[in-house]
Design a protein around this ligand. Structure first.
Ligand code: PPS
Length: 315
């Protein structure tokens, strides 16, 4: 039931906000678009008042890069490493507490009073966000909390984003793929231009509190990458526990759990879960345009190279 809290809350918020959909589905804050359904300007205005704890587990990823997946891996790692007994586990369960406190597990979602309520969450808190580094609360860096930064190849990210945005009606009107691609490549989508996020994170290559990972790396060898995550965050887990986390967080398990709890939203959060779906969608011109943009902006940077664009974004 791990995803239940997020989905219940999303469903409730969507229902509450359904009347404002036609008028104002997006708003601008500091030059960046956000979806009205799940974010509110007041929360973003006071984001910097968020009080980080040095042992917070921060996961940052642009929308549709696999943040629900990796977030769940981190929640499982925290629980396994904590070695709590059943009773304590129940009381502490991160998702359970988030549900009780009406908290979205993404930092920038929900109402402004959430930052006060977040103080009641037990350590270690697993906190997810789609924000670029320059927009994160300063206390994250001041407290030297460890940050895992997740990337996914931009072509699959764009395709996944279209399905999600149309499915949950996050945009002013449903978009065709061609319309969405044109917006995505210009950064005219919530959370801005994906390539800009990569450029900004390149400034943190030498920060020992920041670790970078890709969706494709985890798809290729989940056990190895979960082990790397555990080492980075100082979670103590054995091989058997890692194997169990691989299984609990497989696409199938997470999708099945989501459809048990909430079919409507689950099917957009857990759609295909594969690498290379872009090949079914991108036109030749769109491929060339994305290749050119990637080449011009991030291809030669260290993070650009880490993304193995030649492997995952070429035929
Ligand atoms: S969101 O809405 O921005 O929070 O979406 P996010 O969770 O970041 O990304 C959604 C994509 O991740 C896929 N996904 C997974 N892939 C592999 N394994 C697991 N367990 C998993 N869970 C989610 C999900 O299906 C979305 O990708 P697409 O390509 O749309 O299937």
């Amino acid at each position: 039931m791990a995803q239940a809290g997020m989905q219940e809350l999303l469903k409730k918020t969507l229902a509450e906000n359904k009347d404002i959909v036609p008028s104002d589905p997006l708003f601008l804050h500091n030059g960046e678009l956000y979806p009205t359904m799940i974010c509110c300007p007041e929360t973003l205005k006071i984001l910097d008042t968020f009080e980080t704890r040095s042992d917070d587990v921060i996961l940052v990823g642009y929308p549709k890069t696999g943040t629900n997946w990796v977030g769940q891996i981190l929640v499982e790692l925290e629980a396994a490493s904590g070695k709590y007994d059943e009773e304590e586990r129940r009381k502490r369960s991160m998702r359970q507490r988030e549900r009780e406190l009406s908290l979205f597990p993404y930092l920038e979602f929900g109402d402004p009073a959430k930052f006060e309520r977040m103080k009641q969450l037990p350590s270690r808190r697993v906190i997810k966000t789609h924000l670029a580094p320059q927009r994160l609360p300063k206390s994250i860096f001041q407290k030297k909390a460890k940050i895992l930064v997740l990337f996914r190849n931009p072509k699959d990210t764009a395709v996944s984003y279209l399905h999600f945005a149309n499915g949950l009606k996050l945009l002013p009107t449903p978009k065709t793929w061609d319309e969405f691609f044109s917006d995505f490549i210009k950064g005219k989508v919530p959370w801005g231009l994906y390539l800009d996020h990569i450029i900004e994170w390149n400034k943190y290559l030498d920060d020992k509190n920041v670790m970078f990972i890709t969706y494709e790396q985890i798809k290729e060898n989940a056990a190895l990458e979960i082990k790397r995550m555990a080492e980075f965050f100082d979670f103590t887990v054995n091989e058997q526990e890692i194997q169990s986390i691989v299984e609990k967080t497989s696409f199938k398990t997470m999708k099945d759990e989501a459809s048990e709890t909430n079919e409507g939203i689950g099917k957009f959060l857990f759609r295909k879960g594969v690498v290379g779906d872009w090949k079914n969608v991108f036109s030749e011109d769109q491929n060339k345009e994305m290749d050119r943009k990637f080449e011009e902006s991030v291809a030669k940077t260290k993070l650009g190279m880490m993304m193995k664009y030649d492997v995952y974004c070429q035929y």
